[in-house]
Design a binder for this molecule. Structure first.
Ligand code: CUA
Length: 329
């Protein structure tokens, strides 16, 4: 929308114009039919008004052509809206494979963001322009919802599971970030900003470290994850053997692959699968293994879960035979 008519937020992502186009179409269709019906009601009321006390109207019999017309036209419009909307929905729910992976934890009442390079932010999100960004999100307490109007993305952030969304910013600038699920007293203050930067400035920001407004640069999540992997003894069963027995499946090259389960089912090793396998290990047992793993429910935080997953993800390109980690703690 043009700035002089600020009924809509700025369009600052690749999908914004498409979302708006569908929205305008829906408004257009609604306005057209509302106007048509209003005019017909008025004109018929005048045209078919009772002209004298003893006037009796003619009985009306059906008209097949008329019924076909008022069935087929709305059906066509409804199907157009459905196909258009579904198509857009699929675009919005499938992040490009080259997207930057960021982790978001919502809690009463703030947004905590972890970058793959170790930057951590609260209520701020710095991203480069022209780069797809995928957000994997969860909550530490109640349901929140991550909403950036300028990007036309909104996704619930739910405790106990991961939800994802993605965007590619098209314009440098600062945009509002809102929580749009009522989450308690300070819901209305659970706001932040998304800072979209030119790639050069973004690189500088990545290097700049502390001092740029609430940004803490720590170790990369996968480095912390690699350390946790040892501290929590995951390494014992998943990257070695106990008395000559291999107790747990190797995690090298696992991420994104299909996993054969004991039940014969096949699942994809994505973030949600890894999360479940860490917190509730007996839920999905890999074919050929025993349910020996203890639960880590309540023992690691949401941040740590993301770090472990980032580490397991980093084993993606490692050679499967050695099971060696790409990142050493
Ligand atoms: Cu968080 Cu509303």
């Amino acid at each position: 929308m043009r700035p002089e008519f600020p009924l809509f937020p700025e369009q600052a992502s690749t999908v914004a114009a498409h979302v708006d186009a569908l929205y305008y179409f829906l408004i257009g269709v609604s306005l057209f039919f509302a106007t048509l019906i209003f005019l017909l009601v008025v004109s018929f009321a005048i045209k078919y008004r009772r002209r004298s006390e003893d006037e009796r109207p003619q009985p009306i019999h059906g008209d097949l052509r008329l019924e076909l017309v008022w069935t087929i036209i709305p059906l066509g419009i409804a199907m157009l809206i459905f196909v258009w909307g579904a198509n857009l929905y699929f675009t919005l729910s499938s992040p490009p494979s080259d997207a930057l992976n960021l982790y978001v934890v919502g809690k009463q009442w703030m947004w905590k963001i972890q970058h793959p390079t170790g930057q951590r932010e609260i209520n701020q999100l710095h991203v480069p322009v022209g780069q797809p960004v995928k957000l994997t999100m969860t909550s530490e307490d109640v349901i929140h919802s991550f909403f950036v109007p300028a990007f036309r993305i909104k996704m619930d952030v739910v405790p106990g599971r991961y939800t994802t969304t993605w965007f590619e910013a098209t314009k440098a600038g600062e945009y509002h970030l809102f929580c749009t699920e009522y989450c308690g007293t300070n819901h209305s203050r659970m706001i932040g900003r998304v800072v979209v930067m030119e790639p050069v400035q973004y690189e500088q920001w990545l290097q700049s470290g502390n001092g740029t407004g609430g940004v803490a640069v720590g170790e990369a999540p996968m480095v912390v994850g690699a350390r946790l992997f040892k501290e929590q003894r995951c390494v014992t069963c998943h990257a070695g053997s106990v008395g000559g027995l291999v107790l747990g499946p190797s995690l090298a090259g696992l991420f994104g692959k299909a996993v054969q389960l004991q039940t014969g089912e096949t699942v994809t090793a994505d973030e949600s699968y890894l999360r479940e396998s860490i917190l509730n290990p007996t839920a999905k047992i890999v074919a050929g293994y025993q349910p020996l793993m203890p639960t880590y429910q309540g023992q690691i935080s949401e941040d740590e879960l993301f770090q472990l997953i980032a580490y397991i993800r980093s084993l993606e390109q490692a050679t499967e035979t050695t099971g060696e980690a790409k990142v050493e703690p």
